[in-house]
Design a protein around this ligand. Structure first.
Ligand code: CP
Ligand code: NVA
Length: 305
């Protein structure tokens, strides 16, 4: 594992190793044990989209590992004024030990990895959000003790989160049902990749338009915003289309009684999820947000130690 661009590229062993490192680093942090594994290493963090969790968790994580994080907004670096990915990759590879990038085009992340010679971490593209999904699976594992055989239901937009959930669940042997309206389904290539992994892991993949079909007997219910970054102009139309996909008490009651709720955040309460669900006792959203820190530290250790 040289980079983290897509969960599909990882082996089950990679994922297990990330989880066990994350578990150890989380425990040590709470015990006050220092773990400066990346002492004197540097991580460039390129952002062409907004962020709260990704930025803060990577920056604090790198600090806790003894390294130095650099926040590089695309408004400030020459990439934002048209310098090529090729030149940026060449130059930054001479200064840094790793790059985390959040951007629009997935191919920009792949090109950064292709043209540079340091580890590249995908901090979200329009197509995928692998750091988030590894964290989500880790969070479920913490709460349920195992992943294999559980069922996750994703309800809403077939976006970057849904795509990476397909990759992640298929890899670890969780069943996944995705309910999204016509025209807003998951990426076809990603569905095909997930199906390949599902054949090996035994996970069952269901794609449906009906949220009630998706959530039936689910152990985990997951939703995300209906309006991702870059889609702001479509907001009014999307809210109309997605309203039947709201995660509310009625929908939730069709899942298993102990079903937990996940949302990558930021959440738009009373759109994709009602307040009583996201603020309810079965919601893990803040554990999930916290775990970004621990899981991404494990990812950086694996790629940059
Ligand atoms: N979930 C997530 O990636 O949040 P941010 O956009 O705040 O980084
Ligand atoms: N689907 C959302 C995820 C935010 C973390 C977006 O891309 O804006």
């Amino acid at each position: 594992m040289k980079h983290l661009i897509s969960v599909y590229d990882l082996t089950l062993e990679d994922i297990n190793e990330i989880f066990s490192t994350a578990e150890r680093l989380k425990r040590q942090l709470k015990e006050g044990v220092e773990h400066k594994i990346l002492k004197n290493k540097t991580l460039g963090m390129i952002f062409t989209k907004s962020s709260t969790r990704t930025r803060v968790s990577f920056e604090v994580g790198m600090y806790q590992l003894g390294g130095y994080p650099l926040f590089l907004s695309s408004n400030d670096i020459q990439l934002g004024r048209g310098e090529t990915i090729y030149d940026t990759a060449q130059v930054l590879s001479r200064y840094l030990d790793g790059i985390m990038i959040r951007t629009f085009d997935h191919s920009d992340v792949e090109d950064l990895a292709k043209y540079g010679n340091i580890p590249i971490i995908n901090g979200l593209t329009d197509l995928m959000h692998p750091c988030q999904i590894l964290t989500d699976l880790f969070t479920v594992y913490e709460h349920k003790g195992d992943l294999k055989g559980l069922k996750l239901a994703y309800v809403g937009d077939g976006n970057n989160i849904a795509n990476s959930l397909l990759h992640g669940c298929a890899k670890v042997g969780m069943d996944i049902s995705v309910a999204s309206p016509k025209g807003y389904e998951c990426d076809k290539n990603i569905v095909a990749e997930a199906q390949k992994d599902a054949e090996v892991s035994g996970s069952k993949i269901v794609l449906t338009e009906d949220p009630y079909v998706a959530v039936k007997d689910a152990d985990v219910i997951y939703t995300d915003t209906w309006v991702s970054m870059g889609q702001e102009a479509e907001k009014a139309e999307r809210i109309k289309i997605f309203m039947p996909y709201q995660v509310n008490n009625d929908l939730y009651s069709k899942a298993k009684e102990d079903a937990v709720f996940l949302h990558c955040l930021p959440a738009y309460r009373d759109y994709e999820v009602t307040s009583d669900i996201i603020d309810g006792s079965q919601s893990l959203v803040f554990d999930e947000a916290e775990n970004r820190l621990h899981v991404q530290k494990a990812i950086m250790v694996k790629l940059m130690e």
